[in-house]
Design a protein around this ligand. Structure first.
Ligand code: ADP
Ligand code: MG
Length: 389
């Protein structure tokens, strides 16, 4: 969908606000705490029905309001018709009710709402994916898989449930011998069957993205040295999906998982937890053969994440036939100016529309020909500016 306007009511620090979006870049700039990320969060909510900052949607409702509403109107390229998406949050005393509407009709199932607005988000918190633990990396992969295969959401949830069930059997000291095994068997079959699907989807996603990631990283980060250049030696980036089962052919994964679960029963009983399966897998990212968390600079880490996001954009574009919306929160000076300029050139070519936020407009090096508008954000107010501040 091509976005034309975004309207907020009672959302975070915006009592009422309206933002006009056009082709190309919309640059939101303002001081810390002005409300820039809140706007990105509102658009993300319309795309995914979730926030990337909190699981408590009540936090999104303005402090002095009981109800928040975000509405986006735009154009549906498939139907060639105007379209409108709205999400309303009603904060109650214990829970927050979420209502989603498409063209003024209530959409009850989240799965039916997803995908109407396709967005790819990049926030500084994404850097944690490379710096922190495997759980962050698995979630990162799963979120990207969700965007192209809805069935993955249900599988991941079902998988987590069966692993919890197997763990509670392992922790049950009243069970022994054959009785214990009888209780474990059905869970192990389910873990193997669903786990193999989860594993395979993550692996395929990574395989599909790898060429794009490598290309984008080479382009954005270029080679070593002060200036990106195609002549100098490229830094070797490697991404691998690693399972404690080892590397196993797609068709044999369910059987291999089941065999490992059976093998590890005693060990798992001692440890009181399931030690093998996609919940223990990792996305290993290395630069020059060394773990990124220990070896890469801030700028290199950021370039790797951006390369992942660019590859995600490319895939989404292939998948849906239309370029998704790119949300880029907090563009700062972590990339040096030439690399920053290269990044925006790539973004301009890949994304249909791009909403980005920054505290200082000089960090945003837009290509000369790119369509763009600057909007000042100040304590919950938007002020369109005729040129870069
Ligand atoms: N539910 C809410 N109601 C009112 N104001 C809020 C709410 N949640 C956050 N805020 C305010 O929003 C501001 C933070 O906005 P944010 O978009 O994160 O800023 P930035 O421009 O730095 O990205 C803070 O001033 C915070 O107090
Ligand atoms: Mg912010």
């Amino acid at each position: 969908m091509r976005l034309a306007t975004l309207e907020l009511e009672g959302f975070r620090n915006f009592a009422h606000a309206r933002l006009e979006l056009g082709d190309g870049f919309t640059v939101l700039w303002g001081h810390n705490g002005a409300g820039k990320t809140n706007i990105v969060e509102a658009i993300y909510l319309l795309a995914t029905l979730r926030s990337f900052r909190t699981n408590d949607l009540g936090a999104l409702v303005g402090r002095d309001a009981t109800r928040a509403q975000v509405v986006v109107s735009g154009h549906d390229p498939y139907l060639d018709l105007p379209t409108r998406l709205a999400v309303q949050l009603e904060r109650g005393s214990t829970t927050t009710r979420r209502l989603a509407r498409a063209d003024d009709k209530l959409v009850r199932s989240a799965a039916d709402f997803y995908g109407r607005l396709q967005a790819v988000l990049f926030t500084p918190e994404d850097l944690a994916v490379l710096r922190e633990g495997p759980q962050q990396r698995r979630q990162f992969l799963d979120r990207m898989v969700f965007a192209r295969e809805r069935a993955h959401i249900a599988d991941v949830q079902a998988y987590e449930r069966v692993v919890r069930s197997r763990n509670s059997v392992l922790r049950d000291d009243t069970l022994h011998g054959a009785a214990l095994v009888d209780m474990l068997i059905p869970y192990e079959h389910q873990i193997a069957e669903i786990g193999a699907r989860v594993w395979t989807r993550r692996g395929r996603l990574l395989d599909d993205m790898l060429p794009g990631i490598e290309r984008s990283f080479a382009e954005i980060y270029g080679a070593e040295g002060p200036q990106p250049s195609t002549n100098a030696r490229q830094l070797a980036l490697s991404l691998r999906y690693v399972s404690p089962c080892g590397s196993i052919d797609e068709h044999e994964r369910a059987a291999a998982l089941l065999a490992r679960l059976v093998e590890r029963r005693e060990l798992d009983r001692m440890r009181r937890t399931t030690s093998v399966g996609p919940h223990r897998d990792d996305l290993v990212v290395e630069l020059e053969g060394r773990p990124v968390a220990e070896f890469a600079s801030q700028g290199q880490t950021r370039a790797i994440i951006l390369a992942l996001k660019l590859a995600e954009l490319e895939l989404a574009r292939l998948h849906t036939g239309a370029p998704p919306l790119l949300l880029l929160d907090d563009v700062s000076s972590e990339l040096d100016p030439p690399r920053n300029a290269l990044l925006f050139e790539r973004l301009g070519a890949l994304a249909g529309q791009c909403v980005l936020t920054t505290t200082a407009a000089e960090f945003v090096r837009l290509p000369e020909a790119a369509a763009c508008r600057f909007v000042g954000v100040d304590r919950g107010r938007l002020e369109p500016a005729s040129s870069a501040p």
